[in-house]
Design a protein around this ligand. Structure first.
Ligand code: PGA
Length: 226
């Protein structure tokens, strides 16, 4: 039977992913672990720079990130959308406005991720491209801490919409309607080109691609992207 066959898959999956994926990868791991009880998982969560170091040292089987590395020969596959949105406190005056020009953000206290974060470098590039300087009021090494700081009225920020959870909304923060947003990115699963994946890694790779389709449907059902 198929189930016997699945039960025979044994071994360890070493997975490394950037911080925002903790809002959905653990949920995807649940059914996978039930399906393959013989597979143990080591899931390392780090920022973009930390992930590239691990890739460079060939520590893990698979890596999940949103900004493809430039100096590595890799195999990659986009499996899920990763929209970046502008978040503000729920009672912020800009929540009443439509099509807010990007320049307006430069006038707001901004909460920034730590150096080495992929989200941070993307935000920085965006403002640089437009010759804008944001006023960084606070630098925080965690998406969750940033969300709480926004809710606490400390400023605005740009984060993946996935930080709002599966529902895509919270009672504390609002998504601002800023021109050019959401920035549409992808989640990629990658590994060094030419590396032969273990049976376990390959099993998860296939599972991820398959599951992402259902997951994306659920996300789109419960959240409206403008
Ligand atoms: P980060 O990565 O956790 O380093 O910001 C997010 C991303 O690559 O989009």
């Amino acid at each position: 039977a198929v189930s016997d066959f699945k039960g025979l898959k044994q071994g360890r999956l070493r997975l490394a992913a950037v911080t925002t994926t903790k809002y959905f990868i653990p949920r995807m791991l649940g059914p996978f672990c039930k399906l393959y009880p013989g597979i143990d998982i080591e899931f390392k969560v780090t920022n973009h720079e930390g992930l590239l170091e691990r890739l460079n040292e060939n520590v893990d089987d698979l890596y999940i990130l949103s900004k493809l590395p430039e100096n590595f020969d890799i195999s990659y596959y986009p499996f899920l959308e990763n929209p970046l949105v502008v978040l503000a406190p729920i009672d912020h005056p800009l929540t009443q406005e439509k099509n807010i020009p990007l320049q307006r953000l430069a006038g707001e206290p901004f909460i920034m991720r730590e150096a080495g974060s992929g989200t941070r470098s993307l935000v920085q590039e965006l403002f640089d491209e437009h010759g804008l300087k944001v006023q960084v009021r606070l630098e925080l090494g965690s998406n969750e801490a940033i969300k709480q700081a926004i809710a606490g009225g400390l400023g605005i920020s740009v984060l993946s919409r996935h930080t709002l959870g599966l529902e895509g909304t919270t009672n504390d923060v609002a998504i601002l309607d800023v021109e050019g947003f959401p920035i549409r990115r992808q989640w990629y699963v990658i590994y060094p080109a030419g590396k032969k994946l273990s049976i376990v890694a390959n099993t998860f790779y296939q599972y991820l691609l398959q599951e992402a389709k259902h997951f994306a449907t659920n996300l789109n059902k419960t959240t409206a992207i403008k």
